[in-house]
Ligand binder design. Structure first.
Ligand SMILES: C[S@@+](CC[C@H](N)C(=O)[O-])C[C@H]1O[C@@H](n2cnc3c(N)ncnc32)[C@H](O)[C@@H]1O
Length: 246
């Protein structure tokens, strides 16, 4: 059916649901759509904090020249660039072609770009010294399957780093923050992007996401040990670090 002329095709595409029944194809289409303005919108809406969060994540991994690192759900490769600054070889993997394209167009000759699904990684077992995922795990249709794949391709004793929105530690701040997410963020997004629906999905998926301790348990269940986390910006974001069991 052809939509009436005043309705854009984007309006008739359903947006992904933030719950466990989220549809990977809709998530992929949504990121393909937001790709051209993704980095700018992120930086504006986080008031520049996103760059700091990724730098902390890269520092926690401490990759060195000669290391091989995989950044899953890499988007435009923002974390991959920070990881590669030390001379490590970094693969930036994402299933959204447009996100990778936007990153590759910036011309970083040292990154390797890979268009693939994070729940079916096209690599042999125990390939990488470290595997990272920034603001991506929440978007996978099956978190356990995603973590299991990351464990499979990490060398025994290798590192994993999950950077993700989390639960603010102080109760009063948490209540205000959730009000901001569900009430103000989609409105603020209207000012800096043409796609406020994507930011409604973002807000709902953050509120539904497990807190720091629950995520640590899920990482441990996937075959990692020594799981620790660092709260950033009062717990708005947490960086979970662990090592692949030997
Ligand atoms: C919020 S963005 C984060 C991008 C980047 N890591 C960053 O820090 O800006 C989430 C990314 O996850 C990707 N993604 C979601 N599900 C995926 C999957 N199943 N396989 C690969 N990439 C996926 C999306 O295409 C999108 O680029």
């Amino acid at each position: 059916m052809t939509p009436p002329p005043h309705v854009s095709p984007r309006d008739v595409l359903p947006d992904p649901r933030s719950g466990p029944d989220k549809d990977a194809e809709l998530v992929q289409r949504m990121f393909d759509r937001v790709a051209p303005r993704y980095d700018l919108a992120n930086t504006l809406l986080s008031v520049g904090h996103d760059r700091h969060w990724r730098r902390v994540a890269a520092a926690a991994i401490g990759a060195r020249r000669g290391d091989l690192v995989l950044d899953v759900a890499s988007g435009t490769g923002m974390l991959a660039r920070d990881l590669g600054a030390s001379g490590a070889e970094v693969v930036a993997l994402d299933f959204s072609w447009n996100m990778l394209r936007a990153g590759a167009d910036r011309g970083d000759p040292l990154l390797l770009w890979c268009n693939a699904d994070g729940t079916r990684l096209p690599f042999a077992d125990a390939t990488f010294d470290a595997v990272t995922i920034a603001f991506g795990l929440r978007n996978l249709p099956d978190i356990a399957a995603g973590l299991a794949e990351m464990a499979r391709v990490t060398k025994p004793g290798g590192q994993i780093l999950v950077l993700e929105f989390s639960t603010p530690v102080r109760a009063a701040f948490r209540i205000l923050y959730h009000r901001y997410l569900l009430g103000c963020l989609p409105c603020a997004a209207r000012l800096v992007t043409s796609d406020p629906a994507a930011y409604r999905y973002l807000a709902e998926s953050i509120v539904a996401w497990p807190d720091q301790r629950a995520l640590a348990s899920r990482i441990a269940a996937a075959g990692f040990q020594q799981v620790r986390w660092k709260n950033l910006t009062g717990g708005i974001v947490a960086a979970h670090h662990a090592r692949r069991s030997s």
